[in-house]
Ligand binder design. Sequence first.
Ligand SMILES: Cc1cc2nc3c(=O)[nH]c(=O)nc-3n(C[C@H](O)[C@H](O)[C@H](O)COP(=O)(O)OP(=O)(O)OC[C@H]3O[C@@H](n4cnc5c(N)ncnc54)[C@H](O)[C@@H]3O)c2cc1C
Length: 396
Amino acid sequence: MSEQPLRICIVGGGFGGLYTALRLTQFRWEEEQTPEIILIDKSDRFLFTPLLYELITEEMQTWEIAPPYEEILAGTAIRFHQGCVTDIDIENQQLQLDNHNSLHYDRLVLAMGGKTPLDNFSGVKDYAIPFRTLEDAYRIKERLRLLEEKEAEKIRIAIVGGGYSGVELACKLADRLGDIGRIRLIERGEKILSTSPEFNQEVAENALESRRVFIDLETEVTQVTSDSISLAYKGKIDTIPVDLVLWTVGTQVIDMVNHLPLPKTSKGLLKINPHLQVVDHPNIFALGDLAACYDESKNLIPATAQTAFQQSDYCAWNLWASITYRPLLPFAYQPLGEMMALGVDNATLSGLGINLDGPLGYMARRLIYLYRLPTLKHQLNVGINWITKPLTDFFS
Ligand SMILES: Cc1cc2nc3c(=O)[nH]c(=O)nc-3n(C[C@H](O)[C@H](O)[C@H](O)COP(=O)(O)OP(=O)(O)OC[C@H]3O[C@@H](n4cnc5c(N)ncnc54)[C@H](O)[C@@H]3O)c2cc1C
């Protein structure tokens, strides 16, 4: 009687999970060691978050930035299971899913990302829209459509958070709305993009200024209602009428991870060793936004797609090594710089000694992201669409 293959369950098909799964299929497995690989995600589509802004401006379509897993995994040995993992029985190595199914695992990869905290200020949960998922982007587009339909003189949008998402959204929205847009960017700190290289900060500030985005620094939100936002600046509170509030502040670990009996930092991130294994749990790997990963100088590595993508290579290797009795590799992070979309046809890029902005930065960002999209087939489909789109738009 043949033995059951060992089962690897990967929970979360984002930058950490999907790319780990794809990478795993590229290793050479001896027949008796070939594992069963199951990727589980609550959504039916992978989301390439750095291009989510392009959906708001309709520069790109859903199929380009969010291809279905069925399509990405076609022809691979990876089994996709759509469902939300609601609990994990660590002792018995069982995943509990929302459809009352359960799945046994021999190796587990936790890559469920994070969520945007919305319950810190009054009214935020009810009236502000976060910007993290495809559903968030659809909600924003629908609200914009309704506001634009009214043919009002102006559309007033408050974007809370002067980090990457806030700045990129502000520029894209300013370009989409043109003269009728009144966009305010609200930041608690003394400056926007506080962790960005100087070049990107300067380019972003110019992009915001030229689009007449109003920036409130050292300003705290105290309340959001259906048609207003209250802001505290130097002890004084102002309530301003708004049509839409977008919330881009912070990342938090999802509730399910909070409840797991696994070692965590004070911020709730999973504690992992340099091989990306959860501390004291060698069969469980964790990567991406939910894991606390440190560089050689013991600094916390930023929770970005770039980090999760780089970790996925090591995670796949270490899973393979742990099954084929080879040595595991410690994760080595390579900061490659950062890119930002600053409106339609404008972006900035700073890294590896190169600084680019304007249309050149825009082109470079597009090409780098094209290369990062999952599977060669999808890259080709999107690339061909980008080349032919101007022609099809012209003749339609
Ligand atoms: C709008 C936006 C723009 C960004 N731009 C950039 C950028 O330009 N550059 C950059 O480096 N980073 C960027 N980031 C950050 C980047 O997206 C994250 O750091 C990265 O996606 C983290 O990867 P991950 O695998 O941990 O999680 P994710 O990619 O978020 O994937 C998590 C997956 O887990 C699934 N999931 C969650 N809970 C469950 C559950 N209980 N059961 C089953 N499935 C579950 C989700 O559906 C999702 O598919 C951006 C983020 C956002 C929101």
